[in-house]
Write a protein that binds this ligand. Structure first.
Ligand code: TPP
Ligand code: MG
Length: 666
């Protein structure tokens, strides 16, 4: 039985959310400090009832942009909600970085939500796995509209939740429309229910937001399942969307007036009022009094929010990265014996797992004796247990989305593997649109210490899909740090820095260097060695030409420099080691000394990261140049399989030497 107070409380929260929406709508129409609104009118009952079945500050919520009622029902501060709506300097909800309706509140365990429809589901299941692994009895609530269930991420999340029997409640708000698209053009059979029911171990509840009893029963049963570790639930609730999709939308362009009128009969607030009256919990006069109180509360919150200051403009540059500084430690080799890069990486993982019980490794095929297709994570499962190094489904979006979720509660440090950099693309939304900006868009409230390792690069006859170099794409995404080591010692030191960093890091590992003996094998640094990002290495000092490069090309660069030294051409080889942060200073100092530059990378030349370096030199060291900048990269084609074709496309030592000679003679 639900108590009288609880039911009245639910009506009260529903009223507050509705009146908040009405007030916000007015502020937009009157152009009073707000330009955009996503009204939740019609969605109140599902959000509030769900919240009322959870424990604020203990359970987790990932409510989508039309789930303000959930945040209100959980006890979200109204002044903060209005403040965020007015883009003010609030403590939570991003202080004006995110559009209205994108919630973030650490004390309420609401991680910062994005605008990307459907991206929240995989983060929710990752978070639920993290909570399960630490033995917490928390529930993770995640909501989305029926349109969002068309996203692949939704289906990947259902699979992952079912696979690991996670304590997640998926609340689907079925208002029958995704902006203008009716559900019968969205989902076969007009509902996602049968798909959800097809998953083993997921409980599916159908509810209607005009029926408090059934809706509350659904959420209380779902919560009970979650609390007792019985597994995930999907609650699909029918509800009307009583307002436009947003304040920029006009429903009359795609709906008839009569339909809009009909929706009013399904208003959950009307239904809840009627329920409270019928149950004789309040009389009509008491309801009017309650409405008046709520109206007053909303007006006062809006007025208080209007007094909040705006964030100052310079703060737009704050919180791109979480602060972190670790000095380089002295490189003490364990012995003079050299190890190859793949072993150095394995040892870095092993040593960090030994010292940090929260560090976990996962990806495709990474577990047990296989240890990934390159064997980098070999035997970590046997050594540290099945949950410290585990296989994921074959789904890159899952890998990255789950990494985010697992990092959010601070109890885990995910180090995920993407089998080949070429396959990051199916996870790129989680990487570019979610992980990279979490810290920034939440104004530093949430950080995601995730490392994503990716074997990368060509020269192994991997064809178009096992040869890609993607650092240029990655470098265009603020919030990510990117390493691309050329040798075993650097790889070990950089990876250890990456794992300890509070920021998302991409760790690119060249496949052709994994076992490379002549150049990349090095004496192994001891377990304390840490190499901070952003510090290029002068691999070979020189005076005539600066050769800026990274990854596998460092090897070719050093070879070429050695050859040309015999012809009295002195080349300084600079190994960037990390793409982001970029050691601009080292580049400029070297160019100022030599006056000539070759920028060499393995990725296709056009829009490669070399273009950025060329621009840097042109901007900052133009007057030191004695010759035009030279850039060299692969041809602007995919990388073909046949060795003859691959050789033609990827940079070759003979061509590098020829370019350097030409430059020397200029
Ligand atoms: C991945 C993605 N594609 C498109 C959009 C633009 N968009 C925002 S809301 C929306 C409709 C979502 O409908 P639904 O999931 O049913 O939620 P509702 O708005 O009806 O509550 C679309 C297409 C987006 N934000 N994200
Ligand atoms: Mg919808």
């Amino acid at each position: 039985m639900v108590s009288k107070e609880k039911i009245i409380g639910i009506l009260r929260f529903m009223l507050i959310s509705r009146l908040t929406d009405e007030k916000m709508g007015k502020l937009v129409r009157q152009n009073k400090g707000a330009t955009f609104q996503l009204s939740a009118a019609g969605h109140e009952m599902a959000g509030v009832v769900a919240a009322q079945n959870l424990i604020p500050g203990k359970d987790w919520g990932l409510p989508y942009y039309r789930d303000q009622p959930f945040v209100v029902g959980l006890g979200g501060d109204l002044v903060e909600i209005f403040g965020a709506f007015l883009a003010r300097k609030t403590q939570h909800h991003s202080a004006g970085r995110m559009m209205p309706g994108h919630f973030s509140c650490k004390p309420l365990r609401i991680p910062c939500q994005s605008s990307v429809v459907g991206a929240q589901y995989l983060q929710a299941v990752g978070l639920a796995l993290s909570r399960k692994l630490v033995g917490a009895a928390d529930i993770v609530y995640v909501s989305g509209g029926e349109g969002s269930t068309s996203q692949g991420d939704f289906h990947e999340a259902l699979n992952f939740a079912a696979l690991h029997q996670l304590s997640v409640i998926f609340s689907i708000h079925d208002n029958g429309l995704a902006i203008s698209v009716p559900v019968h053009e969205q989902t076969a059979g007009g509902s996602i229910i049968s798909v959800a029911k097809g998953h083993v171990g997921i409980a599916v509840f159908e509810a209607d937001s005009t029926d408090f009893i059934s809706l509350n029963k659904a959420f209380s049963e779902a919560a009970e399942r979650g609390r007792s570790g019985k597994g995930p639930s999907v609650v699909v609730t029918k509800m009307p969307r009583l307002a436009a999709h947003s304040s920029s939308d006009d429903p009359l362009k795609y709906r008839k007036k009569e339909e809009l009128e009909e929706d009013k009969a399904k208003d959950p607030l009307v239904a809840m009022r009627a329920f409270v009256l019928k149950s004789e919990l309040l009389d009509p006069e008491e309801i009017i009094q309650l409405e008046k109180q709520c109206f007053q509360e909303v007006e006062e919150a809006a007025a208080k929010a209007d007094l909040l200051p705006y964030s100052d403009s310079e703060s737009a540059l704050d919180n791109i990265y979480a602060p972190f500084s670790r000095k380089e430690t002295v490189l003490t080799p364990l012995s003079q014996e050299k190890i190859v890069m793949m072993d150095a990486i394995n040892h870095a993982l092993d040593e960090e797992m030994a010292t940090d019980p929260g560090m976990i490794v996962f990806g495709e095929d990474v577990a047990r004796g296989k240890g990934g297709v390159f064997g980098i994570t070999k035997n970590l499962t046997d050594k540290y247990g099945q949950w410290r190094c585990f296989n994921t489904p074959l789904a890159e979006s899952t890998i990255i989305g789950v990494s985010i979720g697992m990092a959010l509660d601070g109890s885990h440090r995910p180090v995920a593997e993407i089998q080949f950099a070429d396959y990051i693309w199916t996870g790129i939304n989680q990487l570019f649109n979610q992980l990279s900006s979490y810290y920034y868009r939440s104004n530093g409230e949430w950080n995601c210490p995730v490392v994503i390792r990716m074997p990368t690069g060509g020269y192994i006859q991997g064809g178009p899909y096992h040869s890609q170099n993607i650092e240029g794409f990655l470098s265009h995404c603020p919030g990510l740090m990117i390493a691309y080591p050329s040798n075993a010692a650097d790889a070990k030191g950089l990876l250890k820095w990456a794992i300890r960093s509070p920021n998302p890091v991409i760790f690119l590992e060249h496949k052709a260097l994994y076992r490379q003996q002549r150049f990349s094998a090095r004496p192994e640094p001891d377990a304390d060695y840490i190499l901070p990002f952003g510090k290029a290495a002068i691999v070979r000092p020189g005076t005539d030409i600066t050769l800026v490069t990274w990854g596998m090309m460092v090897l070719y660069a050093v070879d070429a420099a050695e050859k040309l030294a015999a012809e009295n051409i002195s080349i300084e080889v600079l190994d960037l080691r990390t793409i982001s942060p970029l050691d601009k200073e080292a580049i400029l100092i070297s160019v100022q000394k030599t006056g000539k530059v070759l920028i060499l990378h393995e990725a296709a030349k056009t829009s490669g990261f070399g273009a950025e370096i060329a621009a840097l030199i042109a901007e900052k060291a133009f007057e030191y140049l004695d010759a035009p900048l030279v850039r060299m990269g692969a041809e602007d084609t995919p990388v073909p399989y046949s060795k003859i074709l691959e050789n033609r496309v990827l940079p070759q030592p003979s061509r590098i030497e020829a370019e350097l000679k030409k430059l020397a003679q200029y």
